[in-house]
Design a protein around this ligand. Sequence first.
Ligand SMILES: Cc1cc2nc3c(=O)[nH]c(=O)nc-3n(C[C@H](O)[C@H](O)[C@H](O)COP(=O)(O)OP(=O)(O)OC[C@H]3O[C@@H](n4cnc5c(N)ncnc54)[C@H](O)[C@@H]3O)c2cc1C
Length: 493
Amino acid sequence: MKYDDQCAPPPKITGKDTTLSSSARTISSVRTTNTESGKKSHKSRFVNIFGKSKSSKRDKHEDGLSARSLYSPGKSESAYSGSVFSENVSIVSSVTASNALRVLIVGGSVSGIYLTKYLERKCGSGVKITILEQNENILLKFGAFAAAMDPTLAPHLIIGNKNMFKYSHNEVIKSTATSITPEYVETQDGKTIYYDVLVIASGSRYSSPCEIVGKGSVETKENLKTYFKYLQTSKSLVIIGGGASGIELALRVVKENLLNKITLIHDESMILNEEYPESYRNKIQKKLENEGIELILNDKAKIESGKNYGYPIKGRWLETESGKMVFSDMQVDCTGPVGNSEFVKSLNNDLMKVVDEERGFIRVNRYLQIIGQTKIFAIGDCNNICGIKTIDRAKSQAETVSETIHNWQVQFAEGKSYLEENPQVWTIDSNEAYMSIKNNELDEVRKASSTNHRLLNEAISKKAPPEITTRKADNIKQIYKVIGVEFKNRSAF
Ligand SMILES: Cc1cc2nc3c(=O)[nH]c(=O)nc-3n(C[C@H](O)[C@H](O)[C@H](O)COP(=O)(O)OP(=O)(O)OC[C@H]3O[C@@H](n4cnc5c(N)ncnc54)[C@H](O)[C@@H]3O)c2cc1C
């Protein structure tokens, strides 16, 4: 068999076939094996680049303190034994207070880290933070394409998150959330974790190489290294999707002078989308054309979204909806992420779907509460707020929710009914965001009667969309300092 289940069957070429793209080549010229015989000058760059993960395994000790249990709903259980008590934390909490508000965060990457940082700063030991993270190490995915060009960056992007807390009673549990209720979260390994406030920060899935491979850092580093090797030795690349990440990849490849042929397929008449000003779209499109990138616009690749198309790397034929056939040595699916939200669907009911069915993003209101819920929030890439999803946005949403939790924690500590305190409104950053929140709220049956659109209108502050950059290594390391060091060095909090 000459093609796998991701390949379009090779076209039958009879005489002059006008449906073939100019980049189509014969299958015999394809490298289908991972050869070490790439350009010699690059060989030394990736030898010994990937060292062992630095993430340390810390011993877990029971702190023996009276804490409200995470594993039972009761308010004064003392059975909890999961707190991390370590010499690595800078403040060893003398108590995990029985009146600490239990905040459970699903997802320990960018949004989860920022939220933790704000909560520890604002609430101190008044909250007990538990992060539920499915992977042993996390990948700061915004740097993945840069690391595929320069694998020495990988160690800056793959980090463990066990040492991130300032307070010893906070902890990370390594498991996958499988379902949630208004009281607890269930995990793949059979735990039931109770909470007072739940924040979903589970992000979204991209295609390779922008995802963790396996559970650890070793495979992910190997994967980035493999992309690096193939980018040095392949002749052609097809990028599916002309959004920010597809364009970033294309520009990086031309900047590094790699590959003979780059084809970018996009389903609109211009690259990017209406979230970007037309003048900016025009400017970037001209730049791509001037760099010799072949643009196939107003057309769709026949691939299944969310299925990691193009992985593993191999030569494949690709068919577009208009019937074009393109052959390439490598393909990268940049058609946009899919929300990590399977486990949230347990909140769906007859009146309301809390997860948008098309791409799996979680529907929230202006307070970032999941629609229909009071004490469950969704922040960062996992929510369905339209507009460009960025680290800044994740950070600002984490800050908003931390304000709400702080106010609630004060009420809670005084024995008051904390959920009656009004939550904070997130400062909406674009018209697209405004429209999506408004639509969500119109469906939010519980709040329908009290929805005040004047307040929503006031919450909007229009910002220019961020420009697409091919960050230099130094910039990536700078971001790592801001985010990564917070994991390792509590003084950064
Ligand atoms: C190629 C690329 C380039 C980018 N460039 C930029 C840029 O230049 N500037 C910028 O600001 N942003 C950029 N971004 C976007 C940025 O990376 C995201 O906005 C940011 O990563 C969002 O963080 P998050 O924590 O919300 O989600 P994620 O980073 O997706 O993290 C979610 C975490 O939740 C965990 N998780 C998921 N499901 C579960 C579960 N069921 N149980 C337990 N844990 C779970 C995951 O393992 C993961 O660790 C880029 C993204 C990509 C892919």
